[in-house]
Design a protein. Structure first.
Length: 177
């Protein structure tokens, strides 16, 4: 029989410990995300996999915000974040800091997620607007475009789901799990 664990049995770290723990060398970049619930979900994913930071760009809302908190459940306190008025500024800063820029999008010459291996490189993954996706000018500045293989009738996944799939995959590849 499987017994559901109580929260105190999960042995989760506190915020101070999280802040001082070595992070997975990944930064999540949100390119004009309009849904506050999606933003909050991305923060939760970033917390779960010890992501370095979330960069919020353009129209993407910033904490503190009640609607972000509904899904973030405090992750905006543990995960570092930074705001940029446009995504290209974030990309330029990340490139200057030695990050490989990977846009998550369906595009010509994209690399399927299951065949992409990040190695030890620092990686910035860009997720785009719920309707328009990653802006073309951001794709033009990317080192690689990664596509999530899909086999159904729909054209895309929700951004928070995409983020969860991609970050879990990259985390496992970097941690060899």
């Amino acid at each position: 029989m499987n017994r559901k664990l109580k929260n105190e049995e999960l042995n989760r770290i506190d915020i101070d410990t999280f802040k001082s723990t070595d992070k997975t060398p990944i930064i999540i970049v949100l390119d004009n995300i309009r849904s506050l619930n999606n933003i909050g979900s991305v923060f939760r994913t970033a917390d779960a996999f010890l992501i370095e930071a979330v960069y919020l760009c353009g129209i993407t809302a910033q904490p503190p915000h009640r609607e972000i908190q509904k899904t973030a459940l405090g992750a905006t306190e543990s995960v570092d974040w930074k705001y940029f008025s446009n995504t290209i500024d974030a990309i330029e800063e990340l490139k200057n800091e030695g990050y490989i820029i990977a846009s998550i999008e369906q595009a010509e010459n994209s690399v399927m997620l299951d065949t992409f291996f990040p190695g030890n490189d620092k990686l910035a993954v860009v997720f785009g607007n719920e309707v328009k996706g990653v802006e073309q000018e951001v794709i033009d500045q990317s080192d690689v475009v990664i596509e999530i293989p899909q086999h159904g009738t729909k054209h895309s996944l929700n951004i928070s789901v995409s983020c969860g799939v991609v970050v879990w995959d990259l985390f496992c590849k970097k941690q060899d799990c």
